[in-house]
Design a binder for this molecule. Structure first.
Ligand code: ADP
Ligand code: MG
Length: 353
């Protein structure tokens, strides 16, 4: 369970797809026999990832179509690379103010508030550093210290002025919703589906899982939490009406010419990819936006920082997996999580208030 087999390139979505997909199949079979509901699914690519929505109910097909369209609209507004997007315009505004749509102003406002609440561990302006490390193009490289110091001068959420729908960045700064957009979009879609009368659905946005209600038979969804050490499911989490979001540098990383592994989550204090005792951290929250931002931010903070943050803001739960194979989980979720027998040798520690 150490370095050599720790990281395998496999999209996080596979947790959701394989495990929940399997469970959904069982559900479908049973409910069909009873002659009641069958799930409706839609799968598509968006927000640089693989998306699968599953919903139950007679109007589910139409509702999912609207949900897919909404995702496409949000992506066109929030993409960093599409020239027509609002975020692209902000990033190419040369210090001039830009007027945002209401929804974009809200997601940016939320990201800024979480940046503040996590003492800058969430840093929505980290994009220039991601570029320097080549994560935005795939042409990865290790920048030298001087370059990183220069780049950090262009980073800092406090320098953003957001006034109503108007935003202004200092010249050279860039905004990136990579650590919040998928969760926020999941919340927008959840609201849309609920408005269309959907009471039971599962959203998988690149491994961000959001459960609307419970399964149609009223029991909890059973979500597989993927092992950060490679193949396999670490354990199963039983949830209803929750967002479950994991971050870790095992998903997207490269090996530098120095032989070191560099991941896509950057410590804003240093400008270097996060390097700490955490292999992954999963957040279980009421809303996707909180799960998404906290999974990234608490991964940056490391185990001790994550536990301290939870003690100060206990309105969510977490499951942290360390590089040396220990699991830490908050007390409320302890009974809802069951470790797979293949990982039965891992030490499980319950975090108490
Ligand atoms: P993923 O989107 O791969 O599931 P995360 O939600 O943890 O994983 O978000 C990682 C993405 O967030 C990176 O690809 C990058 O775009 C951005 N990012 C990296 N480091 C930070 C940071 N410290 N604060 C905010 N965003 C970050
Ligand atoms: Mg995130």
């Amino acid at each position: 369970m150490r370095k050599e087999n720790k990281r395998k390139r496999r999209p996080l979505i596979l947790i959701g797809t394989v495990v929940t997909g399997f469970i959904l199949l069982l559900t479908a079979a049973r409910t069909t026999m009873q002659g009641t509901v069958e799930p409706v699914k839609t799968e598509f690519l968006g927000m640089n990832t693989y998306i699968m929505f599953t919903a139950y109910g007679s109007d589910a097909g139409e509702a999912l179509q609207a949900a897919e369209q909404k995702m496409a609209d949000l992506e066109s507004a929030w993409s960093v690379t599409e020239e027509s997007s609002e975020i692209y315009q902000v990033n190419h505004s040369n210090g001039e103010p830009v007027t945002l749509s209401g929804e974009t102003a809200e997601v940016v406002g939320y990201a800024l508030s979480m940046a503040e609440e996590t003492d800058g561990a969430l840093e929505p302006t980290i994009y220039p550093a991601l570029t320097a490390w080549g994560f935005t193009t795939g042409e990865n490289r290790v920048p030298d210290r001087e370059e990183i110091q220069e780049i950090l001068k262009r980073v800092g959420y406090r320098k953003i002025i957001l006034n109503g729908n108007q935003i202004q960045l200092s010249e050279g700064m860039e905004l990136d919703l990579g650590a919040v957009g998928k969760g926020y979009a999941g919340d927008v879609v959840t609201e849309l589906l609920k408005k269309q009368g959907i009471t039971s659905a599962l959203l998988d946005i690149g491994g961000n899982i959001q459960a609307i209600g419970a399964k149609p038979d009223g029991t909890d969804w059973q979500l597989g939490i993927r092992s950060p050490f490679g193949e396999g499911t670490l354990g199963v989490l039983s949830v209803a009406d929750k967002a479950v979001v994991t971050s870790g540098n095992y998903e997207r990383y490269f090996v530098g010419s120095d032989g070191k592994e560099y991941g896509h989550i950057i410590n804003p204090e240093t400008g270097y990819p996060v390097e700490n005792e955490l292999a992954s951290i999963t957040i279980i929250a009421k809303e996707g936006r909180q799960g998404d931002t906290l999974s990234t931010a608490l991964y940056v903070k490391g185990l001790g920082g994550a536990i301290t943050y939870w003690k100060e803001h206990p309105d969510f739960d977490l499951i942290a997996v360390t590089d040396d194979g220990e699991i830490y989980l908050t007390e409320k979720i302890a009974d809802a999580f069951s470790l797979n027998s293949a990982f039965g040798n891992m030490k499980v520690n319950v975090i108490e208030k």
